[in-house]
Design a protein around this ligand. Structure first.
Ligand SMILES: [Zn+2]
Length: 117
């Protein structure tokens, strides 16, 4: 396997780990108290609202990560994995190990983030 490529196995491992987290969260969600009967005390309501917001953030992150991993797998299969979408250079293996779903090299990512701020 060329050094610029991350083995498909690593992406699959990460996807499997993600699926385990999602399964745990789904089980936990099912055992949560019935939202039809909200807690009476205002602090309980505040805590419930805060936990729901936290759950939403966690779900969104998991969905984004899952989407990123599927796309990375597709790029691996079509042979474009590890190529920067913006400048076309090879993304260094060190960056791909740290961020397996990276689609931009460090310079292009920094440029993009610089334009966002
Ligand atoms: Zn680039």
């Amino acid at each position: 396997m060329p050094p610029h490529r991350l083995p498909l196995d690593e992406l699959l491992d990460e996807e499997r780990a993600l699926r385990r987290i999602v399964a745990t969260l789904v089980r936990r969600r099912r055992t949560e108290p019935n939202p039809e009967r909200p807690p009476v005390h205002f602090l309980d309501r505040a805590l419930t609202a805060s936990l729901e917001q936290h759950n939403e953030v966690v779900w969104r992150r998991l969905a984004d990560k899952s989407h990123g991993l599927s796309e990375a797998r597709a790029r691996l299969q079509e042979g474009t994995y590890g190529t920067c979408h913006a400048c076309g250079c090879r993304i260094p293996p060190r960056r791909l190990r740290a961020v397996p779903t990276a689609t931009l090299c460090v310079s292009c990512q920094a440029r993009l983030e610089g334009t966002r701020n």
